[in-house]
Design a protein around this ligand. Structure first.
Ligand code: NDP
Ligand code: MG
Length: 384
């Protein structure tokens, strides 16, 4: 079997590094031909020395010269805001791992979809912003969008037990994050350190804060809507603090099919790469006897208003997802900078969603304009 060529976008991040760990065990199947990061040139240069890709990309142009001088001359280096798109266009590959954080991952993921690549998709924000354009485009070009997100990987696996027309609903599980048992007053005083203290998963800072507000689950409802072509009213959320049942599908006969495993992203990453094959994985097997009890609770939309917002946004479609996502990204940045309180992340996002000029059938330009408007709106409102 000839090796498939793979590009990892966001290779210096949490998912990116886990992907490279998985790929280290799959070297007979894959050849890493491209790696890309935002600004961290030193770890990217180290990865280039370790993996010897044909090309690398860095979007922060200020670090491009330092990166160039730190890698072998034979490695092509793309730099600047379009660097990842240029790498995807110029370097032949079969598979792209989309693991940049935020809407910044959209342009290169979209290009990979246009080129009909197989995409292991971690960057959920791409579908939240532009699912209405990406999902039909993928069908047209033959691009396979395989989920990396653990819940969506679980659903993808569970769906194999029946036909799409036989699915009654999708149930996304949520750990509930670090504030699952906190009351609203205490949450309003939560610090950045509190929000970054996730009980079950080790992830990058943005998604960790999204888990604390449960905006992550809101984004995942929208992600599921597009990945599985499922209306929002057939996607529900169940709080499951142990993060062992990664999600479930209920079929029309009442059967619930779930995927269980240790909370370790290497498993869903590997499955996205090897599907339809299964291979031994470095993640530890799940010991159910070590857990004994698994818990399920209804989500609390009063303490976590992001959840309601996620459902409404998935239902509305149009420009709503782009606004929700951009407003949340801007609010998370403000919270990380110490400029707003934790609970203001959801309230500022809700404010932007309620005020924006909604378009039902937006073009890509409309979505990008809605994204810019929402970031601006949140920044302005945070000081009023
Ligand atoms: P990290 O913050 O750990 O890594 C983000 C990656 O994106 C880094 O390589 C970073 O480069 C790059 N990046 C950041 N900003 C930009 C930018 N403006 N332009 C180009 N590249 C940029 O994030 P995670 O790995 O945690 O998350 C990545 C994606 O995967 C997110 O969409 C997240 O929701 C999703 N996901 C993550 C999970 C996890 O376990 N971490 C689980 C499920 C989904 P640099 O290092 O140079 O800054
Ligand atoms: Mg998830």
């Amino acid at each position: 079997m000839s090796r498939q060529r793979i590009v990892v976008l966001g290779s210096t991040g949490s998912i990116g590094q886990n992907t490279l760990e998985v790929l280290a065990g799959l070297d007979r199947r894959y050849e890493v031909v491209g790696l890309a990061a935002g600004s961290q040139w030193k770890p990217l240069a180290q990865q280039a020395r370790d993996w010897r890709p044909k090309a690398i990309a860095i979007t922060d142009v200020a670090n491009a010269d330092a990166l160039r001088s730190a890698v072998d001359r034979s490695v092509r280096v793309y730099s600047g805001p379009q660097a990842m798109v240029e790498l995807i266009e110029a370097e032949a590959c079969e598979v792209v791992v989309s693991a940049v954080v935020g809407a910044a991952g959209l342009p290169a993921t979209l290009r990979a979809v246009e080129l009909g690549r197989r995409i292991a998709l971690a960057n959920k924000e791409t579908l939240v912003v532009a699912g209405a354009l990406i999902a039909p485009l993928a069908r047209q070009t033959g691009a396979a969008l395989i989920p990396v997100d653990s819940e969506h990987s679980a659903i993808f696996q569970s769906l194999q037990a029946g036909r799409h027309s036989e699915v009654r609903r999708i149930i996304l599980t949520a750990s509930g994050g670090p504030f699952r048992t906190w009351d609203a007053e205490r949450m309003a005083r939560a610090t950045l350190e509190d929000a970054l203290n996730h009980p079950t998963w080790a992830m990058g800072p943005k998604i960790t804060i999204d888990s604390a507000t449960m905006m992550n689950k809101a984004l995942e409802i929208i992600e599921a809507r597009w990945l599985f072509d499922m209306p929002a009213d057939r996607i529900s959320v169940l709080v499951h603090p142990e993060s062992v049942v990664h999600s479930l599908v209920e079929f029309c006969d009442g059967s619930l099919i779930a995927q269980l495993g240790s909370p370790d992203m290497r498993l869903p990453i590997q499955y996205a790469l090897t599907w339809p094959d299964r291979l031994p994985c470095p993640s530890q097997s799940l010991d159910l006897l070590a857990h004994r009890r698994l818990h399920f609770d209804p989500p609390d939309e009063d303490r976590f208003p992001a959840l309601r917002l996620g459902h409404e946004t998935a239902q509305r479609g149009g420009t709503a997802g782009a606004v929700l996502n951009a407003a949340n990204e801007a609010a998370v940045e403000l919270f990380r900078a110490g400029e707003i309180r934790f609970t203001e992340i959801a309230s500022l996002t809700e404010h932007a969603v309620s005020r924006h000029e909604y378009k039902e059938n937006p073009t890509l330009d409309d979505l990008l304009a809605a994204d810019r408007w929402a970031r601006n709106e949140v920044t302005e409102c945070s000081t009023c």
